[in-house]
Ligand binder design. Structure first.
Ligand SMILES: [Zn+2]
Length: 201
């Protein structure tokens, strides 16, 4: 019988429960919502992801999302304020691997940004759409299953931009299942539609 190898011990930062932010998001913030998780993506974080994607438009790239987490009723409000690109991750057209060098870089960066905690991870899907593959789900399960508020952001730089935000999706362990949060609103734009159908590969 093969037992799963344990995830490496990485200090992601402990959760300090704080009151939820209420009201409408500030300008430049994109909001995603599920049953128990609300995620606000600040403009700086989104721009960092987009800039990272632009450095390798045909390859998958990724990194960590940092910010803060607040309690909101029986769920969590995840505020994504920044992103830490894994510059030395091993990228391919349909895969991404965070090797030792990438983790070391991220751990170093993480210590420079002590005020913010790790709230999840992101990666790109150039030209293949926004979804979590089986590999992505395994990675999320291995590294980000310890706390329910970790989010996974997927960005397809070739995807359709626009108010529905179909080129960018946020996934979380929402109400017990790992699924895509609905794109709800962008503070400086019109209300967006619901999230697309989930896909699997
Ligand atoms: Zn993926």
């Amino acid at each position: 019988m093969i037992s799963p190898s344990p995830a490496p011990a990485i200090d992601w930062g402990a959760l300090v429960v704080q009151p939820a932010i209420s009201g409408t998001p500030a300008r430049g913030v994109r909001r995603f919502a599920g049953q128990t998780i609300v995620c606000e993506l600040q403009d700086l974080a989104e721009r960092t992801v987009r800039d990272h994607a632009a450095t390798a438009p045909r390859l998958e790239v990724g990194g960590l999302l940092i910010g803060d987490v607040y309690t909101a009723g029986s769920g969590f409000h995840v505020d994504v304020s920044g992103a830490l690109p894994a510059r030395r991750a091993i990228s391919g057209m349909l895969h991404l691997r965070f090797g030792v060098a990438a983790w070391l870089d991220l751990t170093r960066e993480r210590h420079l940004r002590k005020r913010e905690r790790v709230v999840g991870w992101y990666h790109t899907h150039p030209g293949i759409g926004v979804f979590l593959s089986a590999t992505d789900r395994n990675l999320h399960g291995a590294f980000f299953c310890g706390l329910p508020w970790y989010v996974a952001l997927v960005f397809d730089p070739a995807g359709p931009a626009g108010p529905a935000g179909d080129e960018l999706g946020v996934f979380a362990q929402d109400d017990g299942a790992l699924g895509q949060l609905a794109a709800v609103a962008r503070a400086d734009g019109p209300l967006a539609g619901q999230a697309g159908q989930e896909r699997s590969t």
